[in-house]
Write a protein that binds this ligand. Structure first.
Ligand code: AHR
Length: 500
């Protein structure tokens, strides 16, 4: 039977915050070095930024870019990363057992963002692992104070007269994780985050602050962590973070395809926890969600790699090569974020280049798009506006992890000009899924385009040797007549159906 839903502009979820299409650049592996930054590369500009990568980043449609970590930030000394490059120290990066040269630092990050374009916005993390309130304040003064103090004048002396204007700040990273340098209990972190937030607001009451939530829904401390942290920080922060990575375990592809079931329940459980704390505090304020690390990541394959490292510079780490199957799951994760756009107001795809990334590079060589590049770029391009409330009536299938799951996962976004884009995933590995969408109260007359990412070989990937093996293709036969959209979704496919 077909999968069905109704679209009606009277029933909406909320407006999409452009920050939903954020990403993440960490000093990890080759994300920075030989990724975004490679002096001497044939396409490098005067600042060492790879133009071929910048072009792909623009095409990807990235907005907020979280930096400099990740686990890296818990050992980060921001002052090592500014000033004359020749004077910058080499340091041990404990998180990734690598050597950090600091050739790329704060100023280079801001220059990179400026070159991406007007939508690119800094999202800077402070180190609350091995450091605290004072260092966060110093970084904020260096970055944002206009002039006339030691640190703001130092920035000007370093060549950046204009303040960086960083508005969005993360108060540490994954502080609930025992792997984190300077890992804390919820009580310890909650107090530190509150005091850091209070002090940062003394410099600028308008900063937007993200408190660390859980590193995944599976953490033992999940939900209790959020409740404790928010009890301390509720009036002082704007967002709480969520992180989630998915991969197939023990070859269970059917559960992997339903990963967004976990992601949606994670979001809903964090919303419930935030609102519970708000209710107990009798507060009208709502805490929003910053899903600032999400992706498909074959983590189990890469775990052993790190412990075997002997402090190399920019090693090849976490360089997952994504298949069509991965891209379909990835698209479904994007759908999950859009479906909760009322509360998820920041999201960062982890990461941007080389490290579990949509863009790959070779040192001295080309840059290319992974399969996951396409769902992201299409969602960023067409997923702007108001998310419509999509309640699917879909055939289901059995999964070991999540029980019965819908074969169809979908959302729809209505742009300011009235056009609507449907994003849909067919989770069936073998069958095409007929789709019928009733359009109520929408002045739509035609299908502009139905694009799909699918392949006879779900394991197909883009590689250095074959960088364009997988690209989206046009689907014919999708129709809109008498207020009804009719389509067939190929097995294991990500679909973008644009209506006008
Ligand atoms: O994105 C890779 C790593 O995953 C980040 O450094 C960390 O925050 C998370 O565990």
């Amino acid at each position: 039977r077909p999968a069905r839903f109704t679209l009606d502009p009277a029933f909406t979820v909320g407006a999409v915050n452009p920050r939903l299409f954020g990403s993440f650049v960490e000093h990890l592996g080759r994300c920075v070095y030989t990724g975004v930054f490679e002096p001497g590369h044939p396409t490098a500009d005067a600042e060492g930024l790879r133009q071929d990568v910048l072009e792909l980043v623009r095409e990807l449609g990235v907005t907020a870019v979280r930096y400099p970590g990740g686990n890296f930030v818990s050992g980060y000394k921001w002052e090592d990363s500014v000033g004359p490059v020749a004077d910058r120290p080499r340091r041990l990066d404990l998180a990734w057992r690598s050597t950090e040269t600091n050739r790329f630092g704060l100023s280079e990050y801001i220059a990179f963002l400026k070159k991406i374009g007007p939508e690119a916005e800094p999202m800077m993390a402070v180190n609350l692992g091995t450091r605290g309130v004072a260092e966060a304040l110093e970084l904020q003064e260096y970055a944002n104070h206009p002039a006339g103090t030691a640190l703001s004048d130092l920035r000007a002396e370093h060549g950046d007269k204009d303040p960086f204007g960083i508005r969005l700040w993360c108060l540490g990273n994954e502080m609930d994780g025992p792997w984190q340098t300077g890992h804390k209990t919820a009580e310890e972190y909650g107090r530190l985050a509150a005091e850091t937030a209070r002090a940062m607001r003394q410099i600028d009451p308008d900063v937007e602050l993200v408190a660390c939530g859980s590193s995944s829904q599976a953490m033992e401390t999940f939900a209790a962590w959020e409740a404790t942290v928010l009890k301390e920080t509720y009036d002082l922060v704007d967002h709480i973070s969520l992180h989630a990575y998915y991969e197939p375990h023990d070859g269970d592809v059917d559960s992997f395809l339903a990963s967004a079931v976990d992601m949606e329940s994670f979001i809903e459980n964090v919303v419930a926890t935030c609102d519970h704390v708000g209710a107990r505090l009798k507060s009208k304020k709502r805490i929003n969600l910053s899903f600032d690390e999400w992706n498909v990541w074959y983590m189990s394959r890469t775990e052993a790699q790190v412990s075997a490292l002997d402090w190399p510079e920019a090693p090849r780490l976490l360089e997952d090569n994504y298949s069509v199957l991965d891209a379909v799951v990835f698209g479904s994760l994007l759908i999950a974020l859009l479906r909760h756009a009322d509360r998820v107001t920041v999201a960062c795809l982890a990461q941007l280049v080389n490290v579990i990334a949509p863009i790959m590079t070779e040192p001295g060589g080309p840059a290319w798009r992974q399969t996951t590049f396409f769902p992201f770029s299409q969602a960023s391009k067409y997923g702007r506006g108001e998310v419509l409330d999509v309640r699917v009536d879909s055939p289901t299938y059995d999964t070991a992890k999540y029980g019965e799951a819908d074969l169809l996962h979908a959302t729809a976004v209505r742009a300011g000009d009235g056009s609507v884009t449907v994003f849909a995933v067919n989770r069936s590995r073998t069958e095409a899924l007929p789709l019928e969408v009733a359009l109520s109260g929408l002045d739509l007359t035609r299908v502009v385009e139905h694009s799909a990412l699918a392949d006879a070989d779900p394991d197909a990937r883009n590689t250095l040797a074959e960088p364009e093996r997988v690209v989206p293709h046009r689907v014919d036969g999708t129709t809109l007549a008498d207020g009804r959209l009719t389509a067939a979704l190929e097995p294991l496919s990500w679909n973008v159906i644009r209506l006008r």
